[in-house]
Design a protein around this ligand. Structure first.
Ligand SMILES: [Zn+2]
Length: 422
C-alpha cells in the first residue's frame, strides 16, 4: 500500500529525534543536538509516520494517486506542539482581578481575600456540564490553531469530590469531540476547598479517601498538587503524593513558584514525572534532583506566569539545563495567572528571560514536553511509528520561530495524519 499523506520539500525538517541514548528526556547537549534534515519529506500511512528523510531518498513508488500531498515549499516542518501543563476546564474568567493586579495587589493577597482560584471555583461549580464542555472545546480549538496536537488538562476548579469528577468527565468528553489528544491530570489538590478552609490536611484526606480510589490511572494517569504558602505544605504534599503513587498514579507537582519550600526535591524523590514552575528552584537543588532521578524528572518551565503576575523571578532555565535537568516549556493556560494559549510566545519568553537557546526551547515544547506527560512513545518527535502530528510553519529557519515575538507561525496542522482545516 502507498503513502496516504506526503509532506514534501521541507526546507528544514526538524525531527527532534534524540541523537543520544534513547529512553530518557533530553538533557544537556542532547537538548540542542536533535536531528534536522535539509530538503526533507515525511510520509504517513493512516495516522502513523512510516518514513522520513532527504527528498533524494523518497521512494516514489509509494506515492500514488491516492496519496494526499502537502507542499512545504522550503518552509520549516516540525512535530506538533505538546502542551504539557494546562488548567483547561473552568467557568468564568478573572478579567476583573487583572485590574486589581495592575493596581498592585499580589497573587497571594487576592487568593487570601477569597479571589483567585476560589473565585473561579465559584464560577465553575455554577456552570452546567454543557457550558464547561463548550468552553473547553473553544480553548482546544484555539490551541489547535497554534499547532498544539497533544495537551495535558488538569482539574482543580471544583475542589469538591463531585465537581472534580465532573471536570475529569468534561476533559475526557472534550478529548473525544475534537482531534487534539487530551491527557488528564487530577489536581483536586489545587488549594483546600472552601469547605475546608484552614484544614488542608483534612481536605487531602478527603480526596485520598473519596476521589483517588474512584479514578482509573489508565484514564487519569497523573495526580498533581500545588505546594505553596496558602495551598499545601511539603509534608502534606508528600503524604498525599505517596498515597497517589501507591494507587498507581504518576506524580506531578506545582512547586517553587513563589517561594523555595523544597517541594520539587520532595516530589523528585517520590519519582515524579514533572516538577512544574521552578521559579525559585536553585541550581544547587536542581543538580541534586538531576543526580537523584538520573535526569528522568522533567522541570516544566512556565515563563508567561511571572510575566502575567508582574513578578521579576523567572526559573533559572539556563542553570537548570547546565545542572543536568531536562526542561519543558508550557503556557500554564488558566484563568488567573496565564490566560493565553500561545505556546510560541512562551517559547520566546523562555529564550528572553530564562536563557534557553531557540533549539533548546523547541525541544522543550515537543519531545521533552511529551516526556513530561508520559507521551514520548506517541508524539514529540518525527520518527517512524509515531503518530503523524506534524506542523508546516511559515518560516524558513528555526531561528525565526522565537524571533517573531507573539506571532503564530503555523501554516498547516496535521493530527494523526489528517490535515486540519485552519
Ligand atoms: Zn498550573
Amino acid at each position: 500500500m502507498g503513502y496516504t499523506l506526503l509532506i514534501r520539500h521541507c526546507g528544514q525538517l526538524l525531527t527532534m529525534a534524540d541523537t543520544g541514548r534513547a529512553g530518557s528526556p533530553l538533557t544537556g547537549s542532547r537538548l540542542r543536538d536533535w536531528h534536522s534534515i535539509p530538503n526533507g519529506y515525511v510520509a504517513c500511512k493512516q495516522d502513523r509516520i512510516v518514513a522520513l528523510g532527504p527528498m533524494a531518498e523518497l521512494d516514489e513508488s509509494l506515492v500514488t494517486a491516492a496519496t494526499q500531498i502537502v507542499e512545504a515549499r522550503g518552509r520549516v516542518v516540525m512535530p506538533g506542539l505538546v502542551e504539557c501543563h494546562t488548567h483547561l476546564v473552568f467557568g468564568g474568567n478573572r478579567a476583573a482581578e487583572f485590574q486589581r493586579k495592575l493596581q498592585g495587589e499580589s497573587y497571594l493577597d487576592i487568593l487570601a481575600s477569597g479571589g483567585g482560584i476560589l473565585s473561579t471555583v465559584r464560577a465553575t461549580r455554577a456552570a452546567s456540564d454543557a457550558q464547561l464542555l463548550e468552553n473547553a472545546l473553544h480553548h482546544l480549538a484555539g490551541f489547535r490553531r497554534y499547532g498544539v496536537t497533544t495537551l495535558e488538562a488538569k482539574t482543580g476548579y471544583g475542589l469538591d469530590a463531585a465537581t472534580e469528577l465532573r471536570l475529569l468527565q468534561t476533559a475526557r468528553e472534550a478529548g473525544r469531540q475534537q482531534p487534539v489528544r487530551v491527557v488528564s491530570t487530577f489536581l483536586g489538590a489545587h488549594v483546600p476547598g472552601p469547605e475546608y478552609a484552614g484544614r488542608p490536611a483534612a481536605y487531602l484526606d478527603m480526596l485520598a479517601a473519596e476521589v483517588l480510589p474512584r479514578l482509573d490511572p489508565t484514564e487519569v494517569p497523573f495526580v498533581d498538587i500545588f505546594c505553596e504558602q496558602g495551598a499545601f505544605s511539603v509534608a502534606d504534599a508528600r503524604r498525599y503524593l505517596t498515597r497517589a503513587r501507591e494507587l498507581g498514579f504518576g506524580l506531578k507537582i506545582h512547586a517553587e513558584q513563589l517561594h523555595d519550600l523544597g517541594g520539587c526535591e520532595m516530589a523528585a524523590g517520590l519519582g515524579a514525572v514533572s516538577l512544574d514552575h521552578c521559579d525559585y528552584l536553585t541550581p544547587t537543588a536542581a543538580a541534586r534532583i538531576a543526580a537523584l532521578t538520573g535526569g528522568r524528572t522533567v522541570a516544566v518551565l512556565l515563563p508567561l506566569v511571572p510575566l502575567f503576575l508582574r513578578q521579576e523571578q523567572y526559573a533559572p532555565g539556563r542553570q537548570l539545563i547546565d545542572a543536568g535537568l531536562p526542561v519543558a516549556i508550557s503556557t500554564d493556560f488558566n484563568p488567573g495567572s496565564c490566560p493565553t494559549k500561545n505556546l510560541w510566545l512562551a517559547l520566546s519568553v523562555a529564550c528572553l528571560k530564562m536563557g534557553l537557546t531557540p533549539r533548546e526551547a523547541l525541544a522543550a515544547v515537543t519531545l521533552n514536553a511529551a516526556w513530561a506527560i508520559g507521551q514520548q512513545q506517541e508524539c514529540g518527535s518525527l520518527e517512524p511509528g509515531k503518530r503523524a502530528d506534524v506542523l508546516v510553519l511559515d518560516v524558513p529557519t528555526p531561528e525565526e520561530i522565537p524571533y517573531w515575538l507573539g506571532e503564530n507561525p503555523v501554516r498547516h496542522v496535521i493530527i494523526g495524519g489528517q490535515v486540519q482545516a485552519s
